[in-house]
Design a binder for this molecule. Structure first.
Ligand SMILES: Nc1ncnc2c1ncn2[C@@H]1O[C@H](COP(=O)(O)OP(=O)(O)OP(=O)(O)O)[C@@H](O)[C@H]1O
Length: 405
């Protein structure tokens, strides 16, 4: 069931060169502003229970879009249909009165959310319990740290399960203990049918909480799809500084969209996983493995860095490193040189399917010079071996000692 529909949405702000220009325009009627188009023809739908992450550079328009959905600001043109009750956690402190105490603000926010005082009375113990800010509840909110303010805002906004929960970066100021609590509540609400719209610069939060992501770039929704694929693409556009740095997405194994980017001064030609000198697609927990990356130089390149990242089936990063961080002296490459880099590691990870991203770039990361970045370059399976039963994603070899007293 469709719960949000956004159609042909545009938003233009007026940008004034200084504060007097606005007054001058008002008095003289002569235009003194420049229009700034921050959202351009946005179209998407969200179903009940779906959770959508919005990602993009600073200034891409994410917050503006969420503000329009919550009615905090209005679109210049286009339409929005929202069916259901929204709870929103937008920029920090929005909605709080700085001189009111925490408790007074709970009542104020509750009323804005459409609750009456006796309903808020009933919810108050749970709100206080969840926020865990102790005696500060009786102090004015202006004395709160940003983390305390977000504790109060989240526990009040989510005291009743909303149909749609909108969270814009706010949780990033909370400490990790509180973030865990918030994520658990968000997950619980999702299971009960709440739709989530979520803005975050933290890729793992988007991967964990969202089943879809929309990439905004300069006010346009340029990609809409599985979070893994959209985040890979976003990672590639972050590095797209040089004109020749192309980004290609193609369907690979398991029908996954594979992102490849870079200027191809060096191209990755093969990625292999070896165990006991044989190429394999499955290894046992704890096996010694070799990750071999074969490359061809299409140009002279000085001391490239080669790196890899292992991800689980949900796209979570399990481990990554590169020759720069490993302090491995790189080599100068001439045109047409073939280079091979081998990484030797133990597969100390839990049973499951993993994929490997491989990259060759300059210095420590791919942001200045990206030669070739290859997501999902190889996939492998980890199966149980002789180790004792364990759970979790990593296999931390453990010894134990019992003692009395
Ligand atoms: N009230 C306003 N008046 C004029 N311009 C604005 C206003 N609010 C936002 N903007 C501009 O709109 C553009 C989009 O801003 P927005 O905050 O939506 O981006 P964002 O993707 O959320 O960025 P960030 O990741 O930095 O939070 C920016 O160029 C910003 O300067």
């Amino acid at each position: 069931m469709e719960i949000i529909s956004v159609d042909n949405l545009f938003k233009t702000y007026k940008r004034y060169p200084n504060k007097w220009a606005r007054v001058k325009e008002w008095i003289t009627g002569k235009e003194a502003h420049k229009p700034l188009e921050v959202l351009k023809n946005i179209n998407f739908k969200v179903n009940k229970g779906e959770s959508v992450g919005f990602i993009g550079h600073n200034g891409a328009g994410k917050s503006t879009l969420l503000k329009i959905l919550t009615g905090t600001t209005y679109p210049t043109s286009g339409s929005i249909t929202v069916k259901g009750k929204i709870a929103a956690l937008l920029e920090l402190g929005v909605g709080f009165h700085p001189d009111f105490t925490g408790t007074q603000n709970i009542y104020m926010l509750g009323q804005i959310m459409g609750l009456n005082n006796s309903e808020i009375d009933k919810l108050l113990p749970d709100i206080i319990d969840f926020a865990e800010i102790g005696d500060y509840l009786d102090d004015p909110v202006r004395t709160y740290s940003s983390g305390m303010a977000v504790r109060l805002a989240f526990s009040t906004a989510t005291a009743v399960r909303p149909d749609i929960l909108i969270v814009d970066e706010a949780l990033s100021v909370g400490d990790s203990y509180f973030q865990h609590k918030c994520f658990s509540r968000i997950r619980k609400y999702r299971e009960e049918g709440t739709s989530l719209l979520f803005v975050s610069h933290d890729p793992s939060a988007v991967k964990n909480l969202c089943d879809r992501a929309i990439l905004l770039d300069q006010g346009m929704a340029i990609k809409d799809g599985h979070p893994d694929e959209i985040l890979d693409y976003y990672n590639a556009i972050i590095a797209k500084r040089e004109a020749e740095n192309e980004i290609n997405q193609s369907i690979g194994h398991n029908k996954k969209l594979i992102t490849r980017s870079g200027n191809k001064d060096i191209s990755i030609s093969a990625v292999k996983i070896l165990s006991a000198d044989k190429q394999v697609s499955a290894v046992q927990v704890g096996d010694e493995i070799t990750l071999r990356v074969e490359m061809i130089c299409n140009k002279e390149v000085n001391k490239p860095t080669v790196g890899f990242k292992i991800r689980d089936r949900l796209g979570n990063d399990i481990f990554g490193t590169n020759t720069y961080y490993l302090n491995e002296e790189s080599i100068n490459c001439d045109k047409n040189d073939k280079i091979t880099v081998e990484f030797y590691l133990k597969a100390n990870i839990g049973p499951g399917t993993y994929n490997i991203t491989v990259a060759v770039h300059d210095q420590s990361d791919h942001l200045t010079k990206n030669y070739d970045w290859y997501d999902h370059a190889a996939t492998f399976q980890v199966i149980s071996g002789k180790e004792n039963y364990f759970n979790g994603v990593s296999y931390l070899e453990t010894t134990v000692n019992f003692c009395k007293g």
